[in-house]
Design a binder for this molecule. Structure first.
Ligand SMILES: O=C(O)CCC(=O)C(=O)O
Ligand SMILES: [Fe+2]
Length: 350
């Protein structure tokens, strides 16, 4: 994680822990911060940036949502609201608060663009972890294939990630079929699907492609990276398209029996040199993701309260591998490798 971001997250994490020690519930902390935030944001016309639905940086990726919080708002939260709550709860935490506050406001003043990410908002409401999900992991658990029993025992609901190199995508036709053109043709001229996508998520990252429609209308030259490189992701909200996508893949065999993969598929694709910035999500369940074409590295970073027992770990996916990550608990980022387009498909499972 880059220095400013990690300092910011650390400060916020300590601040939150102090607030909880002082007797506030997480919901109270969240309520004060986010409720105030969205009221003022509406006045500023930035409601969608702060709606908080969806997943961390993902939520900020909505085309209407990549806005920064007005700095006046930050001043209001940190200068007045938290001190009021904490100082009424106890003098010691009040002192702690001012320590963390000054480092936090310092970081934000020097790096106002940090606020563009929803990182701050997700960090505020994220539960404080007990760290058993990451404790002792010094490298990414990796398997050529894994049985359902082992997967259930070790990974399914423990938050411990896994990389399955070969066994998860047998007999899929997706690698022969999925391409930019395939996705463009699938949605184009399909009014119902396009309408459904309006309520779904699109993440432009730093691609300059501001909307799903713009992605669909991208020229062949741009799609082939003959112009600026790009990287985007979206969730599919149309059931007919979901059925079409699922003709080309099946659920990885090791997922728990009877587990229902969410009907929402997540597709991420784009070129070398790009990827998703560090973020943590606020989705309902753990996620799996399969690499259809190209190669990318996932870096998982434990939350600050677990740094004393947990480590950053990473895994490189190549065509045919499947990764499983609880993206609500691990901060994560991805980097696409040189050598052509990276295409992944994935979903959540219960
Ligand atoms: O695949 C990527 O580049 C990012 C995926 C991600 O952030 C997620 O699935 O939560
Ligand atoms: Fe994510």
């Amino acid at each position: 994680m880059d220095g400013s971001k990690s300092k910011l997250i650390n400060s916020l994490s300590k601040l939150k822990a102090d607030a909880v020690k002082a007797g506030l519930t997480l919901t109270e902390v969240e309520h004060v911060l986010l409720a105030k935030c969205s009221d003022s944001a509406k006045r500023e016309g930035h409601a969608s940036a702060l709606a908080g639905q969806g997943s961390g940086e993902h939520a900020s990726g909505n085309s209407a949502g990549s806005r920064s919080l007005p700095s006046a708002l930050i001043t209001v939260f940190f200068r007045f609201l938290i001190p009021l709550l904490l100082c009424s709860a106890g003098a010691l935490s009040c002192l702690h608060y001012f320590g963390h506050l000054s480092s936090l406001t310092g970081i934000l003043t020097e790096n106002p663009c940090l606020l563009e990410a929803n990182l701050l908002l997700v960090e505020i409401s994220r539960p404080i972890e007990k760290c058993d999900f990451c404790e002792g992991l010094t490298s990414f658990p990796t398997y050529r294939d894994i049985s359902r029993e082992d997967y259930l025992d070790i990974h399914a609901y423990t938050g411990r990630p896994a990389l399955i190199q070969e066994g998860g995508t047998k007999n899929w036709t997706a690698p022969d079929v999925f391409s930019v053109k395939f996705f463009q043709n699938l949605y184009k001229d399909n009014e119902r699907a396009l309408e459904a996508q309006e309520n779904c998520q699109f993440f432009p990252y730093k691609s300059g492609i501001e909307s799903f429609e713009e992605f669909l209308n991208m020229s062949d030259e741009k799609a082939d990276f003959k112009e600026e490189p790009w990287y985007v992701g979206w969730s599919n909200c149309d059931t007919v398209i979901a059925t079409e996508l699922r003709r080309h893949y099946t659920l990885p065999h090791f997922l728990p029996e009877g587990s229902e993969s969410s009907i929402t598929d997540w597709i991420f694709l784009g070129g070398p040199g790009h990827g998703a910035n560090v973020h943590i999500d606020s989705v309902d369940r753990p996620s799996w993701q399969a690499q259809i074409r190209g190669s990318k590295t996932w870096t998982l970073i434990p939350p600050p309260e677990c740094e004393h027992v947990c480590h950053e770990i990473n895994a490189t996916m190549v065509k045919g591998s499947v990764i499983v990550v609880d993206t609500n608990r691990w901060y994560h980022k991805t980097d696409i490798h040189p050598g052509g387009i990276s295409i992944t498909i994935g979903s959540e499972y219960d």
